[in-house]
Write a protein that binds this ligand. Structure first.
Ligand SMILES: [Zn+2]
Ligand SMILES: [Zn+2]
Length: 169
């Protein structure tokens, strides 16, 4: 689990999804590819309407909503995407191919998300669920706050770590 540079990770994600689909005999239709591409290119997780808009622009005609929702469901079902329930947007899964016991860090400023895994948190949640007689399969904790980059911007007044000053006029 190496630290990934921002931007490149998403392109890798699209490539990995393509590979995973091929490996498990899932068909990546043109439509699925387009949705994948739109999500991979977006700097932050998108809502369904933004995806539908981008699709309609790409195809130069209005794309039917159920078609896009079905495509998103496909990616959700196979664990390629996460739905961020609190914001109703879709984020690429950064840890493809295994069950999730993670934390999704959601930046309230730029909307970027970062997915971190925690085996100990996963274990804890399973134990707590088990006490209620519940068998937990997967879980994703959503945490809202400020990402590293947005904190850096906000902190320029009291530290000069950035070489480009933010509008000093
Ligand atoms: Zn994930
Ligand atoms: Zn941010």
């Amino acid at each position: 689990m190496a630290k990934k540079p921002i931007g490149k990770a998403k392109q890798d994600w699209a490539t990995q999804v393509g590979r995973a689909c091929a490996a498990s005999g899932l068909q990546l239709t043109t439509l699925r590819r387009q949705v994948l591409d739109i999500i991979a290119k977006a700097p932050a997780p998108l809502g369904a309407y933004a995806i539908i808009d981008a699709m309609s622009r790409a195809q130069d005609k209005q794309v039917a909503h159920p078609t896009v929702y079905r495509t998103l469901d496909f990616f959700l079902e196979h664990g390629f995407l996460h739905k961020i329930e609190s914001r109703n947007v879709y984020a690429p899964c950064e840890h493809l191919g295994h069950r999730h016991h993670g934390i999704l860090l959601i930046c309230q400023v730029c909307g970027r998300t970062d997915e971190v895994e925690s085996a100990s948190l996963g274990k804890l949640v399973k134990e707590i669920a088990a006490r209620s007689g519940f068998s937990a399969q997967s879980q994703m904790v959503e945490v809202e706050g400020r990402c590293r980059i947005c904190q850096g911007v906000a902190a320029t007044t009291d530290n000069n770590a950035l070489d480009e000053p933010i509008d000093a006029r």
